[in-house]
Design a protein around this ligand. Structure first.
Ligand code: NDP
Ligand code: RET
Length: 321
């Protein structure tokens, strides 16, 4: 089986979506600053007005091994314009990173916001992958990377829609991988747990503006008083950095025989493993239920232990004002 690398000595062209912040920004910079100069990065974002942060982080790589381009994954025109501008450089690696979060009681979410999450997280990736497949198949070479999530493997309470959008990506990639292997094209799902980027802040901002129509008091209390504080703990205790994820994705891209799945957070894997230990789902549901509703104090204690085990017990805790 041919290796996933490009032709000898030529840098591989990598297109990344969602590079205005977070994981996408860190990955674009990391690949563009590759010591062996193995990559030419096309770092895309939907709003070029936000490119300063990326350009500042890219330093001398800007204009050399890093090009910034506009791409809104929800717009077919934007995608076609971006892809045709790179026609002469056929794409070796596509990283579908762009994504949108949504959290809260299902009754309180409106269908337009629900659809926007699927348009971005799922159909945006589908549209791009569909567009690049013919040229990758023609060249019998390519690597499609999708930034999924632990929530694409195991649902999390009050993350019903977001998790569903990532499950959709998992089923899509799992199916595509078999056919593409025939063409020496690899598909890789990267599944981070909580990552400390703007992602969580955007969710908190959404929640602070929400008035939760159609939600009963008990559900609202479980969400606001139980889930949100526990979720904050999780980000503080288990949260990885966008740099950690960029490093993990760079290794996936540099692999000669990339796998289909890569979880990035060893502390989270016991939770995504539960459903394989008990296919009925009872173990997963009851474990999450107990972690959330039964052992709040113990859960926080166990998170503190996890934090200490992972060597972060000296990490300054930001206490809400
Ligand atoms: N943070 C976390 O805990 C985790 C995140 N993930 C996934 O990682 C990926 C990156 O998220 P992260 O870096 O954390 O968060 P950020 O919110 O920092 O990054 C999300 C990026 O997606 C972009 N984006 C959103 N909608 C579109 C669109 N229609 N077209 C193009 N770009 C778009 C955003 O651009 P803009 O600035 O214009 O909004 C932003 O650049 C997402 O797929 C997310 O689901 C997975 C596991 C954990
Ligand atoms: C683990 C866990 C919880 C929260 C998990 C969270 C909040 C995970 C976030 C993952 C993200 C942000 C993925 C993004 O794609 C609860 C429900 C609080 C309690 C039960 C155990």
């Amino acid at each position: 089986m041919a290796r996933a690398e490009g032709p000898e000595g030529h840098p591989r062209t990598v297109l990344i979506t969602g590079c205005s912040s977070g994981i996408g920004l860190h990955l674009a910079v990391k690949l563009a600053q590759d010591p062996q100069q193995r990559y030419h990065v096309i770092a895309t974002m939907r709003d070029l007005g936000k490119k300063e942060k990326l350009e500042a982080a890219a330093g001398e790589a800007l204009g050399q091994t890093l090009t910034v381009a506009q791409l809104d994954v929800c717009s077919e025109d934007s995608m076609s314009a971006c892809l045709s501008s790179i026609e002469e450089r056929s794409l070796d690696v596509l990283v579908n990173n762009a994504g949108l979060g949504i959290v809260g009681p299902l009754e309180s979410l409106n269908m337009a916001d629900i659809r926007k999450v699927f348009e971005t997280n799922f159909f945006g990736a589908v549209q791009l992958i569909k567009a690049v497949l013919p040229s990758m198949k023609q060249r019998r070479r390519g690597h499609i990377v999708v930034v999924s999530s632990v929530m694409g493997l195991q649902g999390v309470v009050f993350n019903d829609i977001y998790s569903a959008s990532k499950f959709a990506l998992e089923g899509f990639c799992e199916s595509l991988a078999v056919q593409l292997l025939r063409f020496n094209i690899f598909v890789s799902l990267v599944e981070p747990g909580p990552v400390n980027t703007d992602f969580e802040a955007k969710l908190v901002a959404q929640v602070s503006k929400a008035d939760f129509p159609g939600t009963d008091p008990d559900t609202l209390s479980y969400f606001l008083d139980v889930y949100l504080p526990a979720s904050k703990d999780i980000f503080q205790t288990l949260g990885q950095s966008p740099e950690d994820i960029a490093q993990a994705i760079a290794q996936v891209i540099g692999s000669a025989q990339p796998s289909l799945r890569y979880q990035t957070n060893a502390l989270y894997t016991p939770l995504t493993a539960l459903k394989y230990a008990d296919p009925s789902g009872d173990l997963s549901v009851h474990t999450f239920y107990r972690l959330l509703f039964r052992c709040q104090p113990l859960f926080r204690f166990s998170l503190c232990c996890l934090r200490c085990l992972s060597g972060n017990c000296l990490r300054p805790r930001v206490t809400p004002m």
